[in-house]
Design a protein around this ligand. Sequence first.
Ligand SMILES: Cc1cc2nc3c(=O)[nH]c(=O)nc-3n(C[C@H](O)[C@H](O)[C@H](O)COP(=O)(O)O)c2cc1C
Length: 197
Amino acid sequence: MAFDTLSASTPLKVVAVAGSSFLPSRTLVLTDALTAALGEQLNIDVHTINLGDIARDLGAALSRGELPAHVEAELKQIESADLVVAATPVYRGALPGHFKHLFDLIGIDSLANTPVLLAATGGSDRHALVIDHQLRPLFSFLQAITLPIGVYGSTADFENYEISSSLLQARIQLAVERAVPLFQAYRREAPARLKIA
Ligand SMILES: Cc1cc2nc3c(=O)[nH]c(=O)nc-3n(C[C@H](O)[C@H](O)[C@H](O)COP(=O)(O)O)c2cc1C
């Protein structure tokens, strides 16, 4: 399904956050698969933030004012996104602390009305509900519009840091197919934010 209206106009700004501390990262692989699938349907510019790259400097800052410039720039990218992809590994049955810390420092109104596609990876399927029990409430608090289908991958869905599971591939496609029509309910407004039309 092509999304002709938007593909003819300015690209949507997609900012993807992959929340692992380590490389290689299944979470980053899943994030890249999601942005690639979105790119097949929508005209997008993608900026991907690998949280491990900024986690040490992010973690040392107790407030927004303490962030070094390169981390502040990444937060501004998230705040100015038309669509956020938020993907995290599960640590101890929960969100990693540095992922939560990132969104603790995001402007409290900055993601209002911004669509967010949720994703997570874990060692097993048992913690798949981290998407609906932890990611979704966090982004609901921020008044973001969490997209209806989240995508969870467990270690068994990957081989050599590539997606090997056809079920996970299908879930990625389904998440994107369900997300794209929602953009038909939005219109682009200055400065760079999608609002409910
Ligand atoms: C500190 C730590 C805690 C973890 N806790 C869990 C857990 O509670 N449940 C789970 O399913 N996987 C857990 N895992 C496994 C990771 O979530 C899983 O390997 C994930 O895909 C790693 O993502 P990455 O490859 O992007 O780093 C944990 C891994 C680490 C490093």
